[in-house]
Design a protein around this ligand. Structure first.
Ligand code: G6P
Length: 476
């Protein structure tokens, strides 16, 4: 980094890279998993004033954290430096698994099954205490690296309590929190105990500003704050767009070319419905399968002529709910296949791996892209697909995906809980005349690129500067 302490500090639980020590003692960088880190990393390309603070996830990350030194990234993101926060295992598991993923994630995506969960027992409150410690450790790391008056961009539900900690320790900073998830309505957030809800919203109100991908999630946050009697900070929405440059480079790569040829061979002459998701409860993979089953039941002529290619990235397998969900997805896939398969055709092909080049090849090749989450902060697949697709493929899109605010007009919209509606939309997409397909595909392509990562970051940072410094209210 040039010229001393960073003017921009980014903080997120998972960083853009983890370190791995090789047998010869050198250290290699591996890109972090998930959708958030690669987009944010792309947005930071070329900046030389930035440190990214993230949890140490590998042994080599921990060694680097112990030295309290920044690790320079030498790659297409060179200029960026990483600072790892070493958090003991018990604290990390409680903060990440119990609070962030099993409680806040479920709350924000409206996924609680209220007959059983949420359940706030002693174990939860112990985990909540650890979530506080984890947030304090992040705030201390940001405090240690940030130059006076720096902008600090904090990401997601893992780090909601850094707002109050930073406001107290560093009122000179311009802090902004960005949620890449949805934000629930006031009644849904009331499922959290009042003390927890008040602490979360109170801390969020101490950021200089809070950002969301859509007006709907920003409005949800303001209403939650209102209902809790907490003064919301300035809020804004900025819907992240697809990174066309990165996608184009990938599309032209040898690896994608290999996958594309393999797909051609595998599905030659067949129409393809593609989906690509982390295997997460919010993605609604089960209802997608039921909808396709219904299509095959009601439209015999489509049997043998259409395949659903479902690309699934295993996710958060430390949580029993995720393991059970994956097992259910695999089981339902088998059932649909048993019902309709012939000796030459498998209706649903489930590829469970996290090879992005194979996903890019599938996105280039789809006739229909199914994006049907029950709720999603944005859903970048809905934007990456139309940017990459070469066949004027049709997007079938859930009304509750953040991307719907940007793309809804040119997609076929569905209510994600309505399997009949989804089945009808899939058929309509498969039967759409070429002229309409091409008109919609062109409009989607152009809208999907609005606020590509670099422009998105500029907007977020200017909102941070405009809104001013972190707030010190009594609640902070
Ligand atoms: C998804 C969400 C992000 C979140 C990330 C965390 O990508 O959209 O908002 O930060 O998951 O994933 P992780 O694998 O680190 O739990």
């Amino acid at each position: 980094m040039s010229g001393g302490r960073p003017r921009l500090v980014v903080a997120s639980n998972r960083g853009p890279f983890t370190l791995e020590e090789r047998s010869d003692g050198s250290v290699a960088l591996h890109p972090g998993a998930g959708g958030l880190a690669p987009s944010l990393a792309a947005a930071l390309a070329g900046r030389t004033d930035t440190v990214w603070v993230a949890a140490a996830l590998s042994p080599a990350d921990r060694t680097a954290a112990g030295r309290s030194e920044d690790v320079a990234v030498e790659s297409d993101q060179s200029g960026l430096a990483l600072r790892f926060v070493d958090i003991d295992d018990e604290t990390f598991r409680s903060a990440y698994d119990v609070v962030a993923n099993a409680t806040l994630w479920f709350s924000f995506h409206g996924l609680f099954d209220a007959s059983r969960r949420p359940l706030f027992d002693r174990r939860f409150y112990e985990a909540w205490e650890r979530y506080r410690l984890y947030n304090l450790a992040f705030a201390a790391a940001v405090d240690a690296v940030a130059a006076p008056g720096a902008v600090v961009l904090v990401n997601d539900y893992h780090l909601l309590l850094t707002g109050s900690a930073l406001a107290q320790a560093r009122p000179d900073l311009f802090t902004v929190h960005f949620s890449h998830t949805p934000f629930p309505g006031a009644e849904e957030l009331e499922l959290l105990p009042p003390s927890v809800r008040a602490e979360l919203l109170g801390s969020m109100s101490c950021f200089g500003a809070c950002g969301f991908h859509t007006a709907r999630w920003a409005g949800g946050f303001r209403r939650c704050a209102d209902a809790a009697g907490i003064e919301a900070p300035p809020t804004f929405h900025a819907g992240l767009g697809a990174d066309l440059e990165r996608l184009r480079a990938l599309a032209g790569s040898e690896a994608v070319g290999r996958h594309a040829s393999a797909l051609e061979e595998r599905f030659s002459g067949r129409r393809l419905i593609v989906r690509s998701d982390r295997i997460e409860l919010s993605k609604n993979i089960l209802r997608g399968l039921r909808a396709f089953d219904l299509v095959l039941h009601e439209h015999p002529a489509l049997r043998g002529r259409v395949t659903m290619l479902s690309r699934g990235y295993p996710s958060r397998e430390g949580l029993p709910e995720y393991l059970a969900y994956r097992a259910e997805v695999e089981h339902l896939t088998e059932l649909v296949n048993e019902r309709w398969a012939t000796s030459t055709w498998t209706p649903v092909e489930l590829d469970v791996d996290d090879e992005f080049s194979a996903t890019v090849a599938a996105l280039m090749r789809y006739d229909v892209l199914l994006v049907n989450p029950v709720r999603d902060g944005m859903n970048l697949v809905a934007k990456e697909g139309p940017s990459l697709n070469t066949r004027d493929g049709v997007l079938v899109l859930s009304r509750f995906a953040g991307a719907y605010e940007d793309l809804g007009e040119d997609a076929l919209s569905i209510h994600p809980f309505d399997v009949s509606d989804t089945a009808d939309a899939l058929v309509r997409a498969l039967e759409m005349p070429a002229g309409e397909r091409s008109r919609r595909a062109a409009a989607l392509r152009s809208k999907a690129q609005h606020l590509a990562p670099a422009a998105w970051l500029e907007q977020v940072l200017s909102e941070a500067r405009l809104s001013g410094r972190a707030v010190t209210r009594p609640s902070c």
